[in-house]
Write a protein that binds this ligand. Structure first.
Ligand code: SAH
Ligand code: AVI
Length: 326
């Protein structure tokens, strides 16, 4: 096999991914209020659509987080004292380059980067691009699920585990608690955690970010039906669904849903299910929670972390925070 310049390990064998998809679809589509977990958005097309979303004028999180990294990446890497960067849900690893520049300057030949994601396409295209820019960096790709495979993280050097893009907002509160506890359990005394978290702001800014004028977020949401049709042989008619993005003030999260525009019956042979939807009925496909500093501090403290740094943009729309074991 020709050398790619990075190592690749797949810890999501096809049957695991299929079993997990089937279990999620059965649980979500037989629930009284139907739902599906967001990790199934990210097939090849879904990962590309997410990258398109990051470039939309309405979608402020990516550019805002990038602006904070542009200003503070060196400070963050110095405060973390790391020579290994591990990124969870790395996607295109684009913003990560700002951290990698600082890490390479600080740790030179000792520097290494491990990207972890469920999407093989995203991992391979990100790492191939990084190899060309960072010839001295040791680069690895790990295809794994951060909701229950954090024990796979290698224990090498002083590690900075980064979770950028506010992907933490896509967990519900119970999942978030479990994720933070499990991450904390795996950290050693010299390790740190860098968290990108989107902050509460006006719904006038939030809602268009999840319901853009060009319809890219709608296409990203509807692509989930294509994933079910392809992988489970289902016959959802995507033309009969519409994209919905709502701000839920009591939970302080955006909820994305797919709404049936007519009564329908869909077969999902891959799991032996017949799904009935009434006109107007919705399937919840994602929550995207927004945070306030005191709430985040409480949650991380309860999980056993101590704050080492907090950075934000001028408008205080997005935060990057650094945590070590308490
Ligand atoms: N961190 C990048 C990408 C965010 S998109 C950024 O800030 O732009 C969310 C990423 O998390 C996608 O690449 C998706 O494939 C990945 N992802 C979603 N659920 C996951 C899971 N359970 N385990 C691992 N990766 C996951
Ligand atoms: C990956 N995640 C943080 C994105 C978000 O903003 O919640 C996913 C997304 N959904 C719609 N637009 C972007």
């Amino acid at each position: 096999m020709p050398s790619t310049g990075y190592t690749y390990a797949d810890h999501l064998p096809a049957d695991f991914s299929d079993r997990s998809l089937r279990a999620d679809v059965i649980a979500g589509l037989t629930a009284p209020r139907k739902w599906l977990p967001p990790k199934w958005f990210y097939d090849k097309i879904g990962s590309e659509l997410f990258e398109d979303i990051t470039r939309l004028p309405e979608y402020y999180p990516t550019r805002t987080e990038r602006s904070i990294l542009t200003e503070h990446a060196r400070e963050i890497i110095t405060a973390a004292g790391a020579n290994t960067l591990i990124e969870l849900g790395s996607g295109s690893s684009e913003k990560t380059r700002l951290l990698l520049d600082a890490l390479s300057d600080r740790a030179h030949d000792e520097a290494s980067y491990l990207a972890l994601d469920v999407s093989e396409d995203a991992l391979r295209s990100a790492c191939a691009g990084l190899v060309a820019t960072y010839p001295r960096l040791r680069i690895g790709a790990l295809r794994a699920d951060f909701t229950h495979q954090l024990d796979l993280l290698p224990s090498c050097g002083a590690r900075l585990v980064a979770f950028l893009g506010s992907t933490i907002g896509n967990f519900d509160p119970a999942e978030r608690t479990e994720f933070l506890r499990s991450l904390r359990d795996g950290l050693g005394p010299g390790d740190c955690f860098l968290l990108g978290a989107d902050l509460v702001k006006s719904p006038d800014v939030l809602v268009p970010a999840y319901d853009d004028a060009a319809g890219v977020t709608a296409a990203f949401n509807l692509n989930l039906l294509d994933v079910l049709n392809q992988r489970l042989d289902a016959d959802f008619d995507r033309a009969a669904f519409e994209h919905v993005a709502l701000w839920e003030p009591e939970n302080e999260w955006i909820e994305m849903r797919l709404r049936a525009t007519r009564d329908m019956v869909a077969e999902v042979p891959g799991v032996g299910l017949t799904v009935h939807l009434d006109r107007g009925e919705t399937i919840r496909t994602e929550i995207s929670a927004k945070f306030r500093r005191p709430g985040l501090t409480d949650e991380l403290t309860a999980a056993g972390f101590a704050e080492r740094g907090w950075w934000t943009d001028e408008q205080e729309w997005f935060s990057l925070s650094l945590w070590g074991p308490a």
